[in-house]
Ligand binder design. Structure first.
Ligand code: ZN
Length: 176
């Protein structure tokens, strides 16, 4: 009988990357309701919603063209319908670079036939809503920027402390 793999250990680094994401999202713009969603579907012009990257009709998620970790906002012009395969494969890579890359499950490596057309349509989409991401820092005043730097330094110190603590505990449990 084949059993599923054991669950992966959640690393401290992985956990802290979610804190970073929460900070980025907290600073980013967010306006994406039913009206905006309808406008996206209308732009891509298919009868049924399709993955904007590969055309798969099993649309599972809304994906950020410019990733949250790179300052992307949850707004019209940056959100596209995506299948889970594309969303998981793309990660934080700029969409055109990823679509033409040999990454596992990228549209190129899956030989999606109308790749160029899809890329053009995506660029037209961001241009239509004049979307361009702003760096998190640019949104802040001087005092807020300093506070953000201070918070990030504290997070880094806390992360290191936790990692060292866990390493010590593991070492201890192996020798005793
Ligand atoms: Zn897809």
């Amino acid at each position: 009988m084949e059993l599923p793999r054991a669950p992966q250990r959640t690393t401290t680094g992985f956990a802290f990357s979610f804190v970073d994401r929460a900070i980025q999202e907290g600073l980013a713009d967010r306006k994406f309701g039913p009206k905006e969603m309808a406008a996206v579907i209308e732009h891509f012009g298919t009868a049924r919603p399709q993955c904007a990257y590969c055309g798969d009709e099993h649309v599972a998620r809304w994906d950020h063209l410019v990733a949250v970790n790179c300052g992307g906002d949850t707004v019209l012009g940056n959100m596209v319908p995506a299948c889970s395969r594309c969303d998981d494969s793309k990660r934080d890579v700029p969409f055109e670079e990823w679509m033409r890359s040999d990454a596992q499950h990228s549209p190129k490596s899956r030989r999606i036939p109308d790749l160029d057309q899809r890329i053009i349509r995506l660029h037209e989409y961001t241009a239509r809503y004049a979307y361009s991401p702003r760096d998190a820092e640019e949104r802040l005043g001087v005092a807020e920027r300093e506070e953000l730097t201070r918070l990030r330094q504290s997070l880094l110190a806390l992360r290191k402390e936790i990692e060292q603590f866990l390493a010590r505990c593991r070492e201890h449990s192996q020798t005793s």
